[in-house]
Design a protein around this ligand. Structure first.
Ligand code: ADP
Ligand code: MG
Length: 250
């Protein structure tokens, strides 16, 4: 990341309120955050600290109460959001779920099929093209969701606890696979996670939110060399970063 590089997204003084029965609820207050092209940034913070709210704001699903979200360039970047639940279409097969965004964009069927097949191979679902979502494990369903996002070649990929519903071993495996996919595609990623080690393994920076209203309490660069392998989890540098993050979360 060069010093003079412009951020892809600049969030400045962002506030987000929700109005409810008991008046206004302040979800975010004065959030400043820049995301640079090709960066992988993770977001940690207590439950209810506004992490999902920030992602929904970035995806254009919520309007800021204060401050602004500024995207570089004169056209809006292509943004894709992946949730904890895969949210697959139950009446479409694996490959049909992955081709869907291309179909909606008018990509010719033969090209959509070929591109989907390539992503199916890359996320390790070869042989499951014709299966139905109900026949998949949680990890496999999330692979489909990730392939469905990446096939759109987003400028910004937002991941909201993508592995939160998976068991610990599947989760570690998926994190390693996401690392590999990102190293190949180099799209800008902002990932919400509760796992400190997952955040360190994958990220160029880890941002920590305070409890509600969320604001940035730590923006920690992760200077571990890339490409990274699973083994980096067991180095002293990794442990030191984990301690710093642990402390900041409180
Ligand atoms: P996190 O993802 O960090 O757990 P959220 O962004 O989901 O936190 O929520 C932050 C706060 O905003 C919480 O107190 C939550 O209850 C509240 N909130 C989120 N979405 C809404 C909404 N649509 N209406 C009212 N309150 C909301
Ligand atoms: Mg959330």
């Amino acid at each position: 990341m060069g010093e003079e590089q412009k951020p892809l997204v600049q969030v400045s003084g962002l506030g987000m309120n929700f109005s409810g029965e008991n008046g206004e609820l302040e979800a975010l207050d004065g959030v400043d955050l820049a995301l640079y092209p090709q960066e992988f940034v993770s977001l940690l913070g207590p439950s209810g600290s506004g992490k999902s709210t920030l992602l929904r704001g970035l995806a254009g699903l919520l309007t800021p109460t204060a401050g602004e979200i500024h995207f570089a360039g004169d056209k809006l970047p292509q943004i894709s959001l992946v949730f904890q639940d895969a949210n697959l279409m139950p009446w479409r097969t694996v490959i049909e779920n992955i081709t869907l965004p291309l179909e909606l964009n008018g990509v010719p069927p033969a090209e959509a099929q070929a591109r989907a097949q390539s992503w199916i191979d890359q996320v390790g679902l070869k042989g499951f093209e014709k299966n139905w979502p109900r026949e998949l494990s949680g990890g496999m369903a999330q692979r489909v969701a990730i392939a469905r996002s990446l096939i759109q070649e987003p400028d910004l990929l937002l991941l909201d606890e993508p592995f939160g519903a998976l068991d610990a071993l599947t989760r570690e495996k998926m994190a390693g696979e996401l690392l590999r996919l990102w190293q190949a595609s180099r799209t800008t990623v902002l990932m919400v996670t509760h796992s400190i080690s997952e955040a360190i393994l994958l990220s160029d920076r880890v941002v920590v939110f305070s409890s509600r209203p969320g604001r940035v309490v730590l923006d920690l660069p992760v200077k571990l060399p890339r490409p990274r392998e699973e083994g980096v989890r067991y180095t002293p540098e990794f442990a030191a970063l984990a301690r710093t993050l642990r402390k900041a979360i409180g």
